[in-house]
Design a protein around this ligand. Structure first.
Ligand code: NAD
Length: 254
């Protein structure tokens, strides 16, 4: 049965978005939780068999790349392979198509926004379906790497035999400069930023909604669980993205 409190909040969120000129979404792992990709934080969020301090850290990757590749082969690839965009990804793509969303800034590395049809996606942390050779700079796709992984770990570059790495930003690395510049610009100029499924604790990405606030914009948060910006957000909806976003998009389509 529909929850009148939730309906009311979604109605208010639609009103705030409708009144805005420049609308930007900022998404995190929670938006893909209903696609079966685990988050780092929040209930049920931990990938318990592997330690993020190891598989997501550049210093550890340099020391022991096989740890990352085993994690990729055993945990990440199976999750990616079976994941499809959910109703939240679809709603954000529909909002962009109807001119009601200018861009998505995402911390996600799963490529599901693009698969759902979103076009202006600023990937702050790269994309885990893409790989780079650290020796010859070849760009290698997921299917090729998956084939290589069947017989070699770590997988060698198909061009030169050098070491491959995921095209993702690992802890201890800088964010891609050009993408970050575009994201900062989008955050500064947004009069509404819609945060979806982010704990807002991973820096520097989590500083982007703060930029929106500092430049006079408003922040709406749809997240299961608390975030450090709940107290300064114009509106906080503590509910699942795949439940809230389709209803929000439906109201805005009217
Ligand atoms: P996070 O894991 O820190 O936080 C996710 C938040 O989403 C939590 O507060 C959680 O309670 C909430 N949540 C869980 N299910 C939800 C749902 N159905 N609807 C709404 N909210 C839900 O994620 P983050 O803020 O994105 O930061 C984590 C870092 O991990 C990022 O840098 C990101 O690159 C990476 N990461 C990416 C993926 C992905 O690409 N899908 C998955 C895990 C982690």
């Amino acid at each position: 049965m529909a929850d009148p409190g939730l309906q009311n909040l979604i109605g208010r969120a639609a009103g705030l978005l409708r009144g805005a000129q420049r609308r930007v979404a900022f998404t995190g792992a929670g938006v893909s939780a209903d696609s079966g990709i685990p988050t780092y934080r929040g209930a049920g969020g931990l990938w318990t068999r592997y330690d993020p301090d190891k598989y997501a850290n550049i210093n550890y990757f340099r020391k022991d790349p096989a740890y990352y590749w085993r994690f990729f082969r055993d945990v990440r690839y199976p999750a990616l392979d079976s994941a499809h965009p959910n109703a939240a990804h679809a709603a954000l793509a529909a909002l962009e198509r109807s001119g009601q969303l200018d861009a998505i800034i995402t911390q996600n590395i799963d490529g599901l926004h693009q698969e759902a049809g979103s076009e202006r996606v600023l990937e702050l942390h790269g994309n885990t379906r893409r790989f780079l050779c650290q020796q010859c700079a070849a760009v290698v796709d997921l299917a090729t790497v998956w084939n290589l992984l069947q017989s070699a770990l770590p997988p060698p570059c198909p061009e030169c035999g050098g070491g491959l790495r995921p095209d993702v930003v690992l802890f201890g690395e800088m964010l891609p400069e050009q993408i970050l510049r575009q994201a900062v610009e989008a955050a500064r100029s947004a009069d509404v930023m819609l945060v979806v499924g982010s704990s807002l604790v991973v820096q520097p990405a989590a500083g982007l909604p703060v930029l929106t606030l500092e430049h006079g914009g408003r922040v709406l948060i749809v997240n299961v669980g608390d975030t450090p910006l709940d107290g300064v957000a114009a509106l906080k909806i503590d509910a699942g993205a795949a439940e809230v976003l389709p209803q929000l998009a439906a109201l805005l389509e009217k």
